[in-house]
Design a protein. Structure first.
Lengths: 113, 114
């Protein structure tokens, strides 16, 4: 069973609208959580990295939140653009196995005009 | 320019013919890792290396070998490729990942084994 679960699996949104992606994890002990954006056929690009003590981190129109107590994170996309169409991947790193990253399956976002 | 490079970018080969996919980074990163990505399965870690001469298995190491003789290079070796290793492969590097450093991914290598 995957220890990093993302939802929804996919979504379609209209250009200019906002959306929120979810990531729930069970891995521990927690070190940090990352959100990546991956365009089709290309390598993932880091959006945010959050440690245990960070609740919110923004990168332009992307805002990630983290609740380490409930082991939940979200990625909010504001005023979506066509270029936001991509897969968004949640990754968790633990303190006892820093080299072994725990990946979510990703949420496929399609922004339509 | 700071980057991770992979070669080749595309490769079609036949079952059993040994191949190597190279990965190189110019950022002096200690950590390097290989992933494969298949439709519906997301990214899965094959092997990783915390530093020179230090390698460890990820979630799907079967059928793969790696070596880390130099800090900048981390080749992925398929001794006897099989069709189930047809996939999109990514190499990545970073300073130690537990310290919240960003991980940089290469452009990917699309491998087809017939």
């Amino acid at each position: 069973k995957n220890q990093v679960e993302q939802s929804p699996q996919s979504l379609i949104i209209l250009e200019g609208k906002n959306c929120t992606l979810q990531c729930n994890y069970t891995v521990s002990p927690f070190s940090n959580l990352r959100w990546y954006k991956q365009d089709t056929g290309r390598g993932p690009v880091s959006l945010t990295i959050m440690t245990f003590s960070e609740n919110t981190k923004s990168n332009g129109r992307y805002t990630a939140t983290l609740d380490a107590d409930t082991k939940q994170s979200s990625l909010h996309i504001t005023a979506s653009q066509l270029s936001d169409s991509a897969s968004y991947i949640c990754v968790v790193i633990t303190t006892d196995s820093w080299g072994k990253l725990q990946f979510g399956a990703g949420t496929q976002v399609v922004v339509t005009p | 320019e700071a980057q991770v490079t992979q070669n080749p970018r595309y490769l079609i080969t036949v079952t059993g013919k040994k191949l190597t996919v190279t990965c190189s980074q110019n950022m002096n990163h200690e950590y390097m890792s290989w992933y494969r990505q298949d439709p519906g399965l997301g990214l899965r870690q094959i092997y990783y290396s915390m530093n020179v001469e230090v390698t460890d298995k990820g979630d799907v190491p079967e059928g793969y070998k790696v070596s880390r003789k130099e800090k900048r290079n981390f080749p992925l070796i398929l001794e006897s490729p099989s069709p189930n290793q047809t996939s999109l492969y990514f190499c990545a590097s970073s300073p130690p990942p537990g310290n919240s450093y960003e991980q940089y991914f290469g452009p990917g290598t699309r491998l087809t084994v017939t």
